[in-house]
Design a protein around this ligand. Structure first.
Ligand code: AMP
Length: 136
């Protein structure tokens, strides 16, 4: 049980912006920028790949609408969607959540992007293995 389950259950308060049968969205208490919003499926799963199709669809249906609300409320015109999976990938709360982080001046998500190169042989192996996993 994480703190987000307690928020979903109404046991601890949050600054709620949106709620439906499958999703709740509330302000992040440690905002990276003003208007930083968390979008959380009510289904109790730690990581994105564990989510049911139903929860995934419910999140996908409201994310763009919530991003529009963040932009309208803050005046921002740029934003990042961040979704961390696993402690190694910076996840602190082990219940799936999407961050909507507006870029406001210099405030917003800092992105380290260590790009490499993709060889033809590695691309071929990856495509083969991912397609096999998809069809398994
Ligand atoms: P992550 O590193 O992706 O797991 O991010 C967890 C986020 O949850 C952080 O940005 C925290 O500031 C935020 N957070 C933790 N507890 C609460 C809470 N009670 N209400 C709102 N946001 C929270």
């Amino acid at each position: 049980m994480t703190i987000f389950s307690k928020i979903i259950a109404g046991d601890i308060p949050c600054h709620r912006v949106y709620e439906d049968a499958h999703v709740i969205a509330f302000l992040d208490i440690g905002p990276v920028s003003r208007g930083h919003l968390l979008v959380v499926p009510k289904e109790v799963k730690a990581q994105l790949h564990e989510l049911s199709d139903e929860s995934a669809a419910a999140i996908g249906r409201v994310l763009p609408r919530l991003a529009r609300a963040v932009l309208a409320a803050t005046g921002a015109t740029a934003y990042n969607i961040l979704q961390n999976n696993g402690a190694l990938a910076h996840q602190a709360v082990m219940h799936v959540h999407f961050h909507i982080i507006p870029r406001i001046g210099s405030a917003g998500l800092g992105v380290g992007w260590n790009s490499g190169t993709l060889s033809a042989s590695d691309a071929s192996e990856l495509v083969t293995n991912m397609q096999a996993a998809l069809h398994a």
